[in-house]
Design a protein around this ligand. Structure first.
Ligand code: NCD
Length: 306
């Protein structure tokens, strides 16, 4: 059951919920340009307290493809928060204007707090370092679209596994399925946090930690992440690890399975070389494109039901 739900943490969604979502996303993908009447009575609030390009623009595009209007802001500086207004007043006000609110914030728990304040559904578009449920839904949907399954696949996560909310959210999302193995490749100071690891293992995922990049050789999905500079409490710590890994065509040709696919939530800095863009491994642009149908499906399910 999707109608009226808040989307805060992907762990709140069952395999069946996610399969309903994927089916709806398939429908949206096929009919993308013919659905202008679906949400024509709806106004969606986009409350982006932290910068975003893809997530915000894909929510906005998804809303518009379904005929909804959007209002909102793209940074704290652009709101009365800059004048000292509180987060809760901003959410309360928006709640009285619109039918659903998409929230992004640098602090973990912001979306949950918003859902306690607002009567309308809240969708978490990323809060702090742990949750980015709609990105995880999109990543699962991309995997399902590319491989026709999620069960039985091996996933390698590379890079900043400590601060990447796309990584923790996708690992949480994978607990609803039966992947073969999860390989975690990172510098030792950027390993997956214990609290994420414990939840994943408790829910039956097999995790294996590696420092050497050759470990991608077992993977079907190679999930690369940007070092999350803005989340380092100490910039010297960031300086020590920046540039410490870089995935390029040569490395993939040497180690990756023939039909492996590379995902990345984007933006990329230097961890993912452009020389992969035109190879068979590249799936990150496909992934970005599928952000529209998955968010169309989400908005439609939460606002109108199945
Ligand atoms: C990610 C995020 O904001 O967590 N980006 C996104 O949503 N597409 C990943 C990142 O910023 O590195």
């Amino acid at each position: 059951m999707w109608k009226g739900r808040d989307v805060i943490n992907i762990l709140d969604f069952s395999r069946n919920d996610l399969e309903v979502l994927f089916e709806k996303a398939d429908y949206m993908r096929k009919n993308q340009y013919r659905l202008k009447n679906e949400l024509s009575d709806i106004i969606i609030g986009l409350a982006f307290f932290e910068p975003s390009t893809r997530t915000r623009m894909s929510f906005e595009t998804a809303a518009k493809r379904l005929g909804a209007e959007t209002v909102g802001f793209v940074s704290e500086e652009a709101t009365s928060i800059a004048k000292g207004e509180s987060f809760s007043d901003t959410i309360r006000m928006l709640d009285s204007y619109v039918d659903l609110i998409v929230v992004r914030h640098k602090y973990e728990g912001a979306a949950l707090l918003a859902s306690n304040i607002a009567e309308k559904p809240i969708i978490n578009a990323g809060d702090g370092k742990s949750h980015h449920p709609t990105q995880a839904m999109l990543d699962l949907y991309t995997t399902k679209t590319l491989f026709n399954t999620i069960d039985g696949l091996t996933f390698a996560f590379i890079g900043d596994l400590k601060y990447s909310r796309t990584v923790s959210s996708l690992i949480f999302g994978l607990t609803a399925f039966n992947p073969k193995e999860i390989i975690l490749i990172s510098p030792s100071s950027l390993r997956l946090r214990e609290e994420i690891r414990l939840v994943a293992e408790e829910r039956g995922l097999r995790l294996r930690e590696e420092e050497n990049i050759e470990a991608i050789s077992d993977a079907d999905v190679i999930y690369v992440t940007r070092i999350q500079k803005e989340r380092f409490p100490d910039l010297q710590e960031y300086e020590r690890v920046r540039g410490s890994y870089r995935i390029n065509k040569e490395l993939l040709d040497k180690y990756a399975k023939d039909d492996a696919k590379v995902l990345h939530a984007l933006p990329r800095i230097d961890e993912l070389s452009r020389d992969i863009d035109d190879t068979k491994f590249q799936a990150y642009f496909t992934q970005a494109r599928l952000g529209i149908p998955i968010r169309m499906a989400l908005l439609s399910l939460v606002l109108k039901g199945e």
